[in-house]
Design a protein around this ligand. Structure first.
Ligand code: 5GP
Length: 203
């Protein structure tokens, strides 16, 4: 028997505080679910060492980003710690229409905008086992000043207030376990009746 491919892809939004290990969890997830398309965002922030244009982000200047806002080219955007970040509307529309699931790594303001525009999106928030652990992980990177770390922890506290509006909460204690939970969430979402009506024969 041939299982019919789903007619529309799922929008999957992943948020979580800086230092929670989101990128590592995403790499693990995408390694196991190669059918998921990762949405490469546009940003005005400078590339970090090791980041490549078109891979981690599309790096653009403020004038270009503001042009994209005016032209309605972004599904959502937000200003985060002095820089713009946004998601291309065209790429998302094309992928979802082709039945491909799309993963968005975005912060809480952007997630709220996606929820308002696409109520069926699945919103997942990732937290560390404790705030103490988050602080330890941020210090362990050895790349930021105490002031930057304190700023990130303040921001994390603000972001935590939005947790109740997410559908799922994943604790990143162990990367493989966190990725496994997300895979289970996505499987359950695929089994929702509204996502499976294409499998029901006409009677
Ligand atoms: P970073 O500068 O550390 O790569 O990202 C900072 C924050 O921006 C992260 O929380 C990340 O999830 C978020 N972010 C990345 N891309 C987008 C986007 O397209 N839209 C929004 N709203 N946030 C984004």
């Amino acid at each position: 028997m041939m299982i019919k491919k789903k007619t529309r892809g799922q929008l999957i939004v992943l948020s979580g505080p800086s230092g929670v290990g989101k990128s590592t969890v995403i790499s693990e997830l995408l390694g196991q679910r190669q059918d998921i398309h990762f949405s490469v965002s546009f940003t005005t922030r400078q590339p970090r060492v090791g980041e490549a244009d078109g891979v981690n982000y599309h790096f653009v200047d403020r004038a270009e980003f503001e042009r994209m806002i005016s032209a309605g080219e972004l599904l959502e955007y937000a200003e985060y710690v002095g820089n713009y970040y946004g998601t291309s509307l065209k790429v998302i529309q094309e992928k979802v229409a082709a039945g491909t699931d799309v993963l968005l790594d975005i912060e809480v303001q952007g997630a709220a905008k996606v929820r308002a525009k696409c109520p069926e999106a699945v919103l997942i928030f990732i937290i560390p086992p404790s705030f103490e652990e988050l602080s330890r992980r941020l210090r362990g990177r050895n790349t930021d000043s105490e002031e930057t770390i304190a700023g990130r922890l303040r921001k994390a506290r603000e972001e935590y207030r939005q947790i109740p509006s997410y559908d799922y909460l994943v604790v990143n204690d162990k990367v493989s376990a966190a990725a496994a939970e997300i895979i289970a969430i996505l499987l359950a979402e695929d089994c929702r009746t509204r996502n499976r009506l294409h499998l029901v024969d006409d009677i």
